[in-house]
Write a protein that binds this ligand. Structure first.
Ligand SMILES: Cc1cc2nc3c(=O)[nH]c(=O)nc-3n(C[C@H](O)[C@H](O)[C@H](O)COP(=O)(O)OP(=O)(O)OC[C@H]3O[C@@H](n4cnc5c(N)ncnc54)[C@H](O)[C@@H]3O)c2cc1C
Ligand code: SF4
Length: 526
C-alpha cells in the first residue's frame, strides 16, 4: 500500500526532533507536523513584555513560544514552536540520579542506567552540552549559600546546551563537521527563556531538526494534528490517516489529511496526552486504560528573590548557570531572565509557608502589613529581571496526578498516588530565605501559590508511561504503543519516574534509544 509518508511525527520538541533525524537517517520518508511557528533568531521578543511573541495564546492571536496552562492542581509552563520547548527552555542538561532508573512503572523492564548510558552521551553531544564557563552574580550567591550550608562539594556550574565560542562572533558550524548551521558565541545576556536572539543557544532547529532536514525530512509549522485513524480500522498494521489543520488561521481553519505507515506522537505531555485521551473515545479505542495516569512534576517550587542592592546585575549569565544538590533528594538552581523582562513582577505575592486557605490569607495580610515598605520596593524595583533571580527547587520524591477528560471534553487533573504537588515545601522556603540574605533580597511567590495553593511547573512529565503490558503502561520499553502497530510515543509523557532534575536530556536520550531500535527502511522492506 502506498502512503504519503513512511512516518509522520506529531510535534517537534526533544522527542520529535530526535525521531525526525534518526528515522530519516534510516531511509524513511518523514514529515514533522508542528503546531507552533518557525522562529528565527531575530523573531524572538527582546523582552517578555512583547507578549505576542512570548506567549502562545491563539485566542488573542499571540503565537509566541511559551504556553501557560492552568489546572486544578498545577500550573504548567511549556514550549511551542519548531523546536518545541528548546526555544523557551533554560538550556540546562543535568543527568538524573540513580534512583530515577530504578523506580516508577519502568523499573525492572531493563537496566535503564546501563542501557541509557551511550544514549545520554549521544544526547549530550548532539545538544552540545558544555559546562557553563561564566557564573554570574546569581550563581556566586548560590555558591556562598552552599558554603554556609557546608555543601560546597555539591555546588557546580551547570552543563548547558549553549555554544561558548568567541562571544558575539559568528563562526562555521562547531558541532557537526560543517553540516550544521553557522553559530555565534554566547554573550551571557540571560535571555535564553525568551528565545536566544544571538544564535548561541543550541535549540533543536540548530541540531537535530537541521540535520533531519538535510536528510530529507519535511517540517510543516502551524499545523495542529487533531485526529489519527488506523487505515484498517483496527491496529494500524496497514498505516494511518493523520488529520490536521492550520493552528494560526483566523476562522474555520482548512483541514488536511495525509497517510503514513508509522507515527510518532511527540507533542509533549500537554500535546500528546490530551490528544490521545480524545482519540481513545473514537479513533484509537485500543489505547491503554493507563493513559493519563502517572503524570508527575519534579515536585518543584519557583521562588523569585528580588535583590534590593541596586549595584549588582543578577541577569548576567546563561539562564541557569549553577546547581546545588541540597540533600539526597533535592536540587536548587538560580534562574534568570534577560534585562527588561519584567512581566512576572505583577504576578507576585509575598511568600507564605502553607496551611489552609484562611491561615495563608492571615499570614499574607500579616506579612503585607509588617513588610509593606520592602514589598513596595520589590514591586517597584527598576528592572525586575536585573534584580531578580528565580530559585528553582526540585525533588526526586514522588507523587502523581492524573490527566483526564471532563464531561465537557476538557482536560483537567485529579489526584493520583501520594499528595498533590505543593508550593509549600519547607526546605525550599528556608533555602529561599537563606539565598535572600546573600543577595540582600526579599523572597516572593507566584500569586496562585498563596491564593489557591497551586504550584507551578516547567517540567510536566508522564501520562503515557512505560509498562510490561497495557495493564501497567501505555507504551512498552521500546516506546511502542500497546494495541497498535508502528506507533510510538517519544516525549515527556513517556517519562515513567521522577528524574528530580530538568528532564530534556533524559527525554532526548530515551528517544535516541527508542529510535535506535527501529529497523532500517531497507530491512523493513520500505
Ligand atoms: C520556561 C521553561 C524553561 C525550561 N528549562 C528547562 C531546562 O533548563 N532544562 C530542561 O531539561 N528542561 C527545561 N524545560 C522543560 C523542557 O522544555 C521540556 O521538558 C521539554 O521541552 C519537553 O520535551 P518534549 O519532547 O516532551 O516536547 P516539547 O518540547 O514540549 O515539544 C512538543 C511540541 O509539540 C507541539 N505539539 C503539541 N501538540 C501538537 C499537535 N496536536 N499537533 C502538532 N504539534 C503539536 C508543541 O507545539 C511543541 O512544539 C523548561 C520549560 C520551560 C517552559
Ligand atoms: S545567555 Fe544570551 S546569548 Fe547566551 S544562549 Fe542565552 S540568550 Fe543566547
Amino acid at each position: 500500500m502506498q502512503h504519503d509518508y513512511d512516518y509522520i511525527i506529531i510535534g517537534s520538541g526533544f522527542g520529535g526532533s530526535v525521531s525526525a533525524l534518526r528515522l530519516s537517517e534510516k531511509g524513511y520518508k518523514v514529515l514533522v507536523l508542528e503546531k507552533g511557528k518557525w522562529y528565527r533568531a531575530e523573531d524572538f521578543p527582546k523582552t517578555n513584555w512583547n507578549l505576542r511573541r512570548w506567549l502562545w495564546l491563539p485566542a488573542l492571536r499571540w503565537f509566541g513560544i511559551m504556553k501557560l496552562t492552568f489546572f486544578r492542581h498545577v500550573t504548567i509552563l511549556s514550549g511551542t514552536g519548531v523546536g518545541g520547548g528548546s526555544l523557551v527552555y533554560a538550556n540546562t542538561l543535568p543527568r538524573p540520579k540513580a534512583a530515577f532508573f530504578k523506580t516508577g512503572s519502568w523499573a525492572g523492564l531493563t537496566d535503564w542506567e546501563q542501557e541509557l548510558e551511550p544514549y545520554y552521551q549521544t544526547a549530550e553531544r548532539m545538544l552540545g552540552a558544555a559546562k557553563n564557563p561564566h557564573p554570574g552574580p546569581a550563581d556566586k550567591a548560590l555558591e556562598e549559600l552552599a558554603a554556609q550550608l557546608g555543601r560546597q562539594k555539591k555546588y557546580s556550574h551547570t552543563r548547558v546546551g549553549v555554544f561558548f565560542g568567541p562571544p558575539g562572533q559568528t563562526v562555521d558550524d562547531p558541532y557537526f563537521d560543517g553540516k550544521g548551521p553557522r553559530r555565534a558565541g554566547c554573550i551571557f545576556c540571560g535571555s535564553c527563556m525568551t528565545g536566544c536572539r544571538h544564535n548561541a543557544k543550541n535549540s533543536l532547529d540548530k541540531n537535530y531538526l537541521h540535520l533531519a532536514m538535510l536528510q530529507g525530512a519535511e517540517v510543516k509549522a502551524e499545523q495542529e494534528v487533531f485526529d489519527v485513524r488506523p487505515l484498517d480500522g483496527a491496529d494500524g498494521s496497514t498505516g494511518y490517516e493523520v488529520h490536521f489543520r492550520k493552528s494560526t488561521a483566523w476562522f474555520f481553519p482548512k483541514k488536511n489529511k495525509l497517510t503514513c505507515k508509522g507515527l510518532v506522537f511527540a507533542g509533549g505531555v500537554l500535546g500528546t496526552v490530551p490528544l490521545l485521551l480524545r482519540l481513545r473515545q473514537h479513533s484509537l479505542p485500543r489505547l491503554s486504560a493507563r493513559l493519563g495516569h502517572d503524570v508527575r512534576t519534579n515536585n518543584e517550587s519557583l521562588l523569585p528573590v528580588t535583590s534590593l542592592d541596586k549595584s549588582v546585575d543578577y541577569s548576567e549569565g546563561v539562564a541557569i548557570g549553577s546547581i546545588l544538590q541540597t540533600d539526597e533528594h533535592s536540587h536548587l538552581e538560580p534562574v534568570r531572565y534577560g534585562k527588561g523582562s519584567g512581566f512576572w513582577r505583577f504576578s507576585l505575592l509575598p511568600l507564605v509557608s502553607g496551611g489552609a486557605f484562611w491561615q495563608r490569607m492571615k499570614d499574607l495580610l500579616r506579612i503585607l502589613v509588617k513588610d509593606a515598605s520592602r514589598i513596595a520596593r520589590v514591586l517597584t524595583v527598576g528592572d525586575w529581571a536585573r534584580h531578580t533571580p528565580i530559585l528553582l527547587f526540585m525533588q526526586h520524591l514522588d507523587s502523581t496526578l492524573q490527566l483526564r477528560l471532563t464531561k465537557l471534553g476538557r482536560v483537567n487533573t485529579s489526584l493520583g498516588q501520594g499528595p498533590a504537588p505543593t508550593p509549600f515545601i519547607p526546605q525550599a522556603v528556608s533555602l529561599a530565605k537563606g539565598y535572600a540574605q546573600k543577595v540582600k533580597g526579599y523572597p516572593m511567590s507566584f500569586f496562585l501559590e498563596p491564593l489557591a495553593g497551586i504550584s507551578s511547573t516547567a517540567h510536566i512529565l508522564g501520562g503515557a508511561v512505560m509498562g510490561d503490558s497495557a495493564e501497567t503502561g501505555v507504551i512498552d520499553k521500546n516506546n511502542k504503543v500497546f494495541g497498535y502497530q508502528n506507533m510510538y510515543i517519544c516525549d515527556g509523557s513517556m517519562i515513567s519516574a521522577n528524574p528530580g532534575v530538568n528532564p530534556s536530556l533524559t527525554i532526548t536520550a530515551i528517544s535516541e534509544r527508542a529510535m535506535a531500535k527501529v529497523e532500517d527502511a531497507k530491512a523493513a522492506g520500505v
